[in-house]
Design a protein. Structure first.
Length: 761
């Protein structure tokens, strides 16, 4: 391996390790130790590979020192400002985005006495909506360090150069506009998005915008598109990456030819495109590798792909050490490593497998796509399992079906935008076949995502064991003295058989239980599932203050348990932390019926989205009165609304769910008065499991209710929040009544498994 590759990998690995160490002092001590050991090796002439060992040690020491310096000038300074409310001056570097409750924009802090670092503004007054890149914004705001989100470590912002967030509740003042070179690509991207709005229909715009520039805001507002693309394994096509750079370079070579001058011009255009797309890690990596590829002949160096890959990684980490922990960067480099290392071997294997048929051009193309897809999948599975708890098993099939269309769609859409700048009607005509390509891609994704087990979710131990076991099998056979075909076919066959066995075991495990009660971790919200045999009951599906939509969390959990559908979904009330995940949930699996209280106040305006999603999926919606009963096989439930009037919390549906002799009580966010009215009007069975009201708030879980459930186990469904949930008063009351309790914010999803009763003869 070349010196540059050794140095780059050592430097990047040291930065990655430093990002996990708890303190800067430890980083600096280790850096000094590496440096001193390196000096000793330099004078030890008898040691084999002395020069390479020195390169590793010195590069690692530099990586540790660089991380320490960079961290002290960015994250540490941001942490020193955390929770302060100050008057700020910010120079915007992008156009503002408008959300449901605020407008946001990124910029550079330009306040005297404060560090000049990246910042994101959240403006609840929407006064920055008309601002433009390069414009000063003056506001009073509360600062937060961007390395923590919803109470947990978060790399998403700091890995992209945002170290502070500022929330302002007062009207901001827009100041002068200055010229910033870095805003030219941002303005160009804004123009491209405007042209897309002009030439494409509203149904095609979300996909075209995300395909061309990685702008996924509109795409995520379409759960049907986002979920199907994620489950089918082609979400990567709307994250601007090396694939897009490859398409763009091919498009430019077709237009300008293959000369050195045209290559340098193409390189300039590629980098402008990278900055237009917001400089995502995968695109920057591709741009750097393309640059090294074009410049290596000028410096009389041979282009080595693995060296270029490692050098690109080191340059990106040098620019921002925190980027090394981002999922985007890790996936990008693992994917390319899979293509470079494994794909050629797979191509040889498939060529041999197809025999003389591989001489035909279409078959060669299919072999190339399949080899690259499998190579990428093998190297990226650990990253997707770690960051997203999912593995898209059918992604190679999806790539076979759509990659040819993706390349045509990207180049044709780009051509449409360029033509629209000259003659809009002609672009509108050219957009018609592009729309057909986009719809073919999305339809293919929806069809494949609907296949059972298109994605495997690694929430359960068996799924994790399967992933680890598959890798161990392939490693084992790689060293066994067997033919190359058997090195692939035997472990692949064993892996497939074991996967089928795990899926069958999961289905049998849950179907054989008398009942399975699960309190799903949805952050600050609530969703409780009950399984009995094939029947599935769900109570609520919502959550806030979480990076993951509750519908994603619940849908993936249910699918990981082998559930095919939700038979009945009960809504205790219509607050967003109990229902805002329903539109996304319906994209994962069908729901036969949704039930809610007919007179439930819609204070968070969630009912329309629930009804629209239900109508789109053919889900029956039933509005019930103050009392109702239902049954699903062995599951029976009673619904009651104790109070006559009040707000959404006052008019919560109380649910008593029974499976055999086991009883569950849910009270939603009902206040203590509703609990007392419920107890005075109902005969309560002996409750085994109790979901603490209102996420453990002091307004719920009354003394009377706790006295009525003396033998119950309590669960508090809560997450990061600013309300103080669960309250000390509730925790003390549970302890005083000797009721054991669990919390989803501490324990994650909680599952209570009831075995079938043993028959006696």
């Amino acid at each position: 391996m070349r010196v540059l590759a050794i140095a780059s990998i050592s430097f990047s690995a040291a930065v990655l390790c430093a990002s996990f160490l708890s303190g800067l002092a430890a980083v600096e001590i280790i850096a000094i130790a590496f440096f001193l050991i390196g000096v000793l090796f330099c004078f030890s002439h008898r040691i084999r590979f002395r020069s390479r060992i020195c390169i590793v040690l010195f590069s690692a020491a530099f990586g540790l020192v660089w991380f320490s310096l960079y961290n002290s000038q960015t994250v540490e300074k941001a942490r020193s400002l955390d929770s302060q409310t100050v008057s700020l001056a910010v120079i915007l570097t992008e156009y503002p985005h408008t959300g449901a409750s605020f407008a946001s924009a990124e910029g550079i802090l330009a306040t005297d006495g404060l560090p000049s670092i990246g910042i994101r503004i959240y403006d609840t007054t929407y006064s920055i909506t008309d601002a433009v890149p390069g414009q000063y914004v003056f506001l009073t705001a509360r600062l937060r360090s961007a390395d923590v989100r919803y109470g947990e470590e978060y790399e998403g912002d700091i890995s992209s150069g945002i170290y502070l967030t500022a929330t302002g509740n007062e009207t901001a003042v827009l100041g002068e506009k200055i010229f910033l070179l870095r805003t030219i690509p941002v303005r160009a991207a804004h123009l491209v998005l405007q042209q897309i709005d002009r030439i494409f229909s509203s149904s095609d715009r979300p996909f075209i915008k995300s395909l061309l520039l990685g702008e996924k805001t509109d795409l995520y507002q379409r759960p049907d598109l986002a979920v199907s693309m994620s489950r089918s394994g082609i979400m990567h096509i709307v994250a601007v990456s090396g694939m897009h750079i490859g398409f763009l370079v091919g498009f430019l070579w077709l237009a300008f030819g293959h000369s050195r001058k045209s290559s340098l011009l193409s390189l300039l255009i590629v980098w402008f495109f990278v900055f237009m797309a917001g400089s995502p890690a995968s695109a920057v990596r591709a741009g750097l590798m393309q640059t090294l590829f074009l410049l290596s002949p000028i410096f009389h160096r041979e282009n080595d792909p693995l060296t270029s890959l490692s050098a690109a990684l080191a340059l990106m980490v040098l620019g921002n050490p925190f980027s090394v922990r981002s999922a985007s960067l890790q996936l990008s480099f693992c994917a390319v490593a899979g293509i470079l290392i494994l794909a050629p071997r797979l191509q040889t294997f498939f060529t041999t497998l197809f025999g003389h048929f591989s001489a035909y051009s279409p078959i060669r193309t299919l072999i190339g796509i399949l080899s690259s897809s499998v190579g990428v999948m093998v190297f990226s599975i650990p990253i997707t399992a770690l960051h997203f708890n999912s593995i898209q098993i059918l992604s190679p099939l999806t790539n076979l079906l759509v990659m040819w269309a993706v390349s045509l769609c990207f180049c044709s859409a780009l051509l449409c935008v360029l033509v629209s700048l000259v003659f809009l009607p002609a672009a509108a005509v050219l957009a018609v076949p592009v729309s057909f390509l986009a719809r073919y891609i999305l339809t293919s994704a929806k069809v494949i995502s609907a296949i059972p087990f298109a994605s495997l979710y690694t929430y359960s131990d068996p799924a994790v064991y399967w992933v680890a076991g598959t890798y161990l099998l392939f490693l084992l056979f790689a060293f066994l003295p067997v033919s190359s075909g058997k090195k692939v076919l035997i472990p692949a066959g064993l892996s497939a058989v074991s996967l089928v066995a795990i899926l069958l075991f999961t289905k049998i495990y849950y179907n054989r239980a008398e009942g399975v009660f699960s309190v799903i971790d949805v952050g600050q919200g609530q969703s409780v599932s009950v399984f009995s045999g094939e029947e599935t009951l769900l109570v609520d599906c919502g959550g806030i203050f979480s990076s993951e939509n509750a519908g994603d969390a619940v849908g993936r959990y249910l699918l990981s348990c082998g559930r095919k559908q939700v038979d009945l979904l009960i809504l205790t009330h219509l607050h967003d932390d109990h229902v805002n995940g329903i539109p996304v949930l319906l994209e994962y699996l069908p729901v036969r019926e949704i039930v809610f209280y007919a007179y439930a106040p819609d204070e968070d305006t969630q009912l329309d989205s629930v009804l629209s999603a239900a109508d789109a999926h053919g889900t029956k919606v039933t509005a019930v009165g103050r009392e109702a009963e239902a049954s699903l096989g062995r599951i029976s439930l009673k619904l009651t609304t104790p109070l006559d009037d009040g707000d959404a919390n006052d008019l919560c549906l109380f649910c008593v769910v029974s499976v055999g002799e086991y009883d569950l009580l849910l009270t939603g966010d009902a206040p203590k008065e509703a609990e007392r009215r419920f107890l005075s009007s109902q005969t309560l069975p002996e409750i085994d499991l109790f979901i603490a009201g209102h996420h453990g708030s002091k307004t719920s879980t009354s003394e009377e209710l706790l006295s009525a459930v003396p033998n119950a186990t309590a669960v508090i469904s809560t997450g990061y929040n600013t309300y103080g949930h669960p309250s000390p008063e509730t925790l003390k009351a549970l302890s005083d009544h000797h009721i054991p309790f669990y919390r989803t914010d501490l324990s994650g999803t909680l599952q209570f498994y009831l075995k079938q009763p043993t028959r006696r003869f």
